[in-house]
Design a protein around this ligand. Structure first.
Ligand code: GLU
Length: 287
């Protein structure tokens, strides 16, 4: 059976961008009779806001976005990530890295395509840590070949991950398992077969597919939703668009849900969230 998911990071309340991702993944899964799971991506402990997970779940309920099964918290699954790294290490697909962020920034030539933040790793520790240095992070050896998939919304996507990103971090210097690794392990462990999320994660998808292939996991289908942009064209952040639930009465809940659905190309009448979602689902299935 198809299984979709919504995987918020509990670093703040649900905002319009994440509501669009939640509603978009819900519609894609439900329209095909699939399950819809929720996973809290709470590994990045310095950024996690206590109570934000509960707030996000309350918000999902109020918007009528009910999930199946138990909500999974990544912070409770560290041994799974450890095992995946051990499996990759056994195949010599990871290496320890002593480079600091500052050293890498100095060494960086150009930003990686499509991802201005992550820069191509220059390969310093690929064949062993230089003498006198200590291991900090763990990196995955990016495959030097084209990785590809067919996006549900954007069509064919392909990229050589070694060229665009280089060997990327799967366990950070502070010991935190990287998002790229955890998401791949969890999507496989939870039986996720469909990943629908914001287009800002498109560059990550290629890295995640490279990891899945290395770990021998099945490949879910992927779809990337158009981003909600601020009026100046920049990506909408949590600060711009937080939807503090306590200030939202039923009418505002309906209006906000209508805005999120309009962003997905669905015009629905203002009503209770359940009825609005039922109408959205009917329109989605027709289109
Ligand atoms: N936790 C990620 C975020 O909130 C999303 C991960 C995903 O959907 O794969 O940006």
């Amino acid at each position: 059976m198809l299984a979709g998911r919504f995987a918020p990071s509990p670093t703040g309340p649900l905002h319009l961008g994440s509501l669009v991702a939640a509603a978009g993944s819900w519609l894609h899964a439900r329209a095909r009779g699939g399950r819809w799971l929720v996973r809290m991506e709470d590994l990045d402990t310095p950024r996690v806001v206590p109570g934000a997970d509960r707030e996000i779940l309350d918000a999902l309920r109020r918007y009528g976005l009910w999930w199946d099964g138990e909500v999974v918290h990544q912070s409770q699954r560290l041994s799974l990530y450890e095992e995946a790294i051990a499996a990759l290490r056994a195949k010599d697909l990871v290496f320890d890295c002593a480079c600091s962020r500052a050293e890498l920034q100095r060494a960086a030539s150009a930003p990686a395509a499509g991802d201005p933040i992550e820069r191509t790793y220059p390969g310093t520790c690929r064949n062993g840590i230089p003498p006198g240095r200590v291991a900090r992070a763990i990196r995955f050896r990016a495959p030097d070949r084209i990785v590809s998939f067919h996006d549900l919304l954007l069509g064919p996507i392909k990229e050589n991950v070694a060229e665009s990103t280089g060997d990327f971090v799967i366990r950070r210097a502070d010991g935190v398992f990287a998002y790229q690794l955890a998401v791949v392990v969890d999507d496989a462990a939870q039986g996720v077969t469909q990943v629908v999320r914001g287009a800002d994660l498109l560059p990550s998808t290629l890295r995640q597919i490279a990891l899945q292939e290395a770990l021998g996991y099945p490949k879910p289908e992927y779809g990337h939703l158009p981003l909600v942009l601020a009026p100046d064209g920049t990506k909408l952040g949590k600060r711009d668009s937080a939807l503090p639930l306590e200030s939202l009465d039923e009418r505002r809940i309906g209006e906000t849900l209508a805005t999120a659905l309009a962003h997905l190309g669905l015009k629905v009448e203002l009503d209770t969230p359940d009825r609005m979602l039922a109408e959205a689902l009917a329109k989605w299935s027709e289109s």
